[in-house]
Design a protein around this ligand. Structure first.
Ligand code: ACO
Length: 279
């Protein structure tokens, strides 16, 4: 096959307010080349404030989620060009992972297959990660003589119990979806033929919630990782107060009315009707 144009390295479909963003180099197991990284940043930026999109799903075409960094185009070619090229390609990759970590909309990773090394950056960046039981997760770096850089070691250390993360990084053995779930790498693992339906169900549930409250919640969960209890408590007060000025007060008044006065919903059992919020 002739080499893909940059525009063809990522595919996008928007359906019912869900943006399906796929790594699109199935013939290369969706490994991340500099071209793909540039395109991914472009696509994410375009979708972030697109009013037709309420939830973003990141997945891969074919049998892989992503086989990590492209050993030819990301490593070998840039190393031949020197430090400037190496740094540029690192910034392009790390750049879109960071954008995704702090995305303005809820994000779901649909881990459909191989997920190696550098792919742990986007895996960590998504808010909710749903894997196929058949997916395979690996910090394969040790198998080809490097350490898990690009944040991959940090992802394992942050999400997995230390004993499991250490073994995972040192041994270069793969985990199945179910093992990844048990060790904290993903939210949940489901049979492959149920994967898409499960992701759609989660996306549809998220679409019914107040988007400002969701954004404040997901950012708080990440920010608090590095905070003391007291700092977190204070941060949450400030963030809720900021949220109030961002439509939060109206949303809360309406939700409280639907529960206490109209008796049309119970917060313990579901979400209030956000379509009734008046700005
Ligand atoms: N970099 C460059 N090319 C890759 C990569 C990669 N990370 N992964 C797959 N490819 C290429 C293969 O070289 C092959 O190319 P070719 O058709 O031109 O020969 C093509 O994609 C298909 O790959 P196969 O190995 O033939 O596919 P298979 O289904 O048998 O195996 C597997 C899939 C297990 C994912 C294998 O391709 C593999 O081990 N890839 C590397 C995984 C990895 O360790 N990635 C790096 C992690 S470390 C990091 O990201 C920093």
């Amino acid at each position: 096959m002739t080499e893909r144009a940059q525009e063809d390295t990522v595919s996008v479909t928007i359906e019912n307010r869900i943006a399906w963003v796929s790594y699109n180099r199935p013939e290369k197991r969706n490994c991340m080349s500099p071209k793909l990284n540039r395109q991914m940043m472009k696509v994410l930026s375009e979708l972030e404030f697109n009013p037709d999109v309420g939830v973003l799903v990141l997945t891969g075409e074919g049998v892989a989620f992503s086989a990590g960094m492209d050993l030819q185009e990301y490593f070998r070619d840039n190393e031949a060009l020197g430090l400037g090229a190496i740094r540029k390609s690192q910034r392009e990759a790390y750049g879109w992972w960071e954008r995704l970590r702090w995305y303005e909309k809820p994000t779901i990773g649909m881990i459909n297959g191989w997920c190696f090394g550098g792919a742990y950056g986007p895996l960590y960046a998504v808010d909710i990660a749903i894997a196929s039981d058949d997916a395979k997760f690996g910090l394969s770096e040790i198998n080809w003589g490097i350490l898990p850089g690009g944040g991959a070691s940090k992802v394992a250390q942050e999400l997995m119990p230390l004993r499991k993360a250490m073994y995972h990084a040192m041994m270069g053995e793969n985990l199945t979806g179910k093992q990844a779930e048990a060790q904290g790498l993903v939210t949940e693992s489901v049979p492959h033929d149920e994967l898409k339906a499960r992701v759609i169900a989660i996306a549809e549930a998220l679409l019914k919630k107040d988007p400002n409250a969701l954004r404040a919640t997901k950012w708080a969960m990440r920010r608090m990782v590095e905070m003391t209890y007291d700092n977190a408590e204070d941060y949450l007060i400030r963030t809720q107060e900021a949220l109030n000025g961002f439509g939060g007060l109206e949303a809360r008044k309406e939700a409280t009315k639907q529960f206490l006065d109209d008796k049309t919903f119970k917060p313990g059992l579901g979400t209030f009707d956000i379509t009734k919020v008046t700005k």
